[in-house]
Design a protein around this ligand. Structure first.
Ligand code: NAD
Length: 359
C-alpha cells in the first residue's frame, strides 16, 4: 500500500528525532512492502522564520491531503518574546482545531528494563505498567467563554473561564475510550468532579448511558479527579484506559508521564473523525540539548508505531516497532537521558540505526 504522511520536524531537537523516526518508518516499509510518501512541511518557529506565520496555509493543505501527520516539536527561546498569538506553540492549537483532532491519546508505559527510572517504589509498578489516558482536546474550559473585567470596588478585577461540555462532545470521546479498552485490558475509568460540577454530572451520565447501551462488556468505573491524582501514584496498575476532560487530562497525563520516569520515551496520538491522526512525542523541543545528537528519539519512534496502529491499521508493523524498542533496551542500550552522568550512552542517530536494524 502507498500512504501519504505529512512530516513536521519543527524546532530544537524536532528535526533530529524526526530523522530517526523516518529511518524506522523506512525500514518498516522495506520489510513489510509498504510505501510511505513523506512530505516535509513547516510549522512553529521554523515556519515563522521562513514565512512569518507559525502555521502556513500550505502546511495545513498538505496535512489535510495526507493520511496522517507526524510532528517533532515546536518552540524555543528564539521566539519566546513574541506575543502569545504569534508564538510557535500556537501552531499546535491551530493544527488540532483545523484538523478536528478532539481526542488525545497518551500511553504511560513503564518498560520493564527501565523500572529503575520510575520515581515510584518497585512494589507499586512491579511487572510493568501500561495505562492509556484519553483526554478530550478541543472542548471544556480551555475553549470556553472567558473574560477579565472590573468587579465591585471590594473585589477589584474579576476573571472567569467557562467549563462547558455537550453530550455530543462527551459521547465521541467516550466512544474512543471504550473502543481502545476493547482492544486492551477491557477497563475504562472515567474521571470527573461530579460531586461539584454540573458539566461533570452530564459527563458521568453520558458515559454511563453509552456504556449500558453499547459497551456492557467493558468494565466502567467513575472516579473524582482528586482521587484519581492520588490513585495514579498509590496504585497505578488498577488503571487500563482513563477518559477525562481537557483540563483534568492535561494534568493527569503529565502526572502519569512522570511515573514512567522518562519524558523521552512517551508517544502520543491526537485523533478526530475517521482514521486521521497526528502523532508526536509528549515532550517539547528541548532547546537545551538541541544540535548535540544526544536527544532520545524513542518517543517519536513509538509515535510512528501508534500511527501505524491507529491510523493505518497496521498492527503487526506497530508491534514490530514496539518489540524493536524493547529489544534495544534489553540489549542494554541506553540514551543520554536514561544514564547517570559519565555512563556510556547511544547518540540520537545510533539509537535510530540500532532500532531500525532490530525491525
Ligand atoms: P521539553 O519537553 O522540551 O524539555 C524538558 C526537559 O526534558 C529538558 O531538560 C529537555 O532537555 C528534556 N527532554 C525533552 N525531550 C527529550 C528527549 N527526547 N531526550 C532527552 N531529553 C529530553 O520542555 P520545555 O523545556 O518546557 O520546553 C521547551 C520548548 O518546547 C518550549 O518552547 C515549549 O513551549 C516547547 N514545547 C513544545 C511542545 C510540542 O511541540 N508539542 C510540547 C511542550 C513544550
Amino acid at each position: 500500500m502507498n500512504y501519504k504522511i505529512a512530516v513536521i520536524p519543527g524546532d530544537g531537537i524536532g528535526p533530529e528525532i524526526m530523522n530517526e523516526a523516518l529511518k524506522v518508518l523506512d525500514k518498516v516499509g522495506e520489510k513489510y512492502g509498504h510505501s510511505f510518501e513523506c512530505t516535509k512541511v513547516l510549522a512553529g518557529g521554523a515556519a515563522i522564520d521562513a514565512t512569518g506565520k507559525s502555521l502556513p496555509q500550505e502546511t495545513l493543505d498538505v496535512c489535510k491531503a495526507s493520511d496522517a501527520v507526524m510532528l517533532g516539536a515546536v518552540g524555543g527561546p528564539k521566539w519566546d518574546n513574541l506575543p502569545g498569538g504569534e508564538r510557535p506553540e500556537r501552531a499546535l492549537l491551530g493544527l488540532r482545531k483545523e484538523l478536528g483532532l478532539y481526542a488525545n491519546l497518551r500511553p504511560a508505559i513503564v518498560f520493564d528494563e527501565l523500572a529503575d527510572a520510575s520515581p515510584l517504589k518497585p512494589s507499586i509498578i512491579d511487572g510493568g505498567l501500561d495505562i492509556l489516558i484519553v483526554r478530550e482536546l478541543t472542548g471544556g474550559i480551555y475553549f470556553g467563554e472567558r473574560k477579565t473585567e472590573p468587579g465591585t470596588e471590594e473585589e477589584g478585577m474579576v476573571a472567569w473561564d467557562v467549563e462547558k461540555y455537550s453530550e455530543m462532545e462527551v459521547k465521541r470521546i467516550a466512544k474512543i475510550a471504550f473502543d481502545m479498552a476493547a482492544k486492551r485490558g477491557g477497563k475504562v475509568c472515567s474521571v470527573d468532579k461530579a460531586n461539584v460540577l454540573d458539566s461533570s454530572r452530564l459527563w458521568r451520565k453520558t458515559v454511563a448511558e453509552m456504556h449500558a447501551a453499547d459497551y456492557p462488556e467493558i468494565e466502567l468505573a467513575n472516579m473524582y479527579v482528586d482521587n484519581a491524582a492520588m490513585q495514579l501514584v498509590r496504585g497505578p496498575k488498577q488503571f487500563d484506559v482513563i477518559v477525562t476532560s481537557n483540563i483534568f487530562g492535561d494534568i493527569l497525563s503529565d502526572e502519569a508521564s512522570q511515573i514512567t520516569g522518562s519524558i523521552g520515551m512517551l508517544p502520543s496520538a491526537s485523533l478526530g473523525e475517521g482514521n486521521f491522526g497526528m502523532y508526536e512525542p509528549i515532550h517539547g523541543s528541548a532547546p537545551d540539548i538541541a544540535g548535540q545528537n544526544i536527544a532520545n528519539p524513542i518517543a517519536t519512534i513509538l509515535s510512528v508505531g501508534m500511527m501505524l496502529r491507529y491510523t493505518l491499521g497496521l498492527g503487526e508493523e506497530a508491534d514490530a516497532i514496539e518489540k524493536a524498542v524493547n529489544d534495544f533496551l534489553k540489549a542494554g542500550h541506553r540514551t543520554a537521558d536514561l544514564v547517570a552522568p559519565g555512563e556510556e550512552f547511544k547518540s540520537t542517530s545510533e539509537t535510530g540505526d540500532l532500532i531500525a536494524a532490530l525491525i
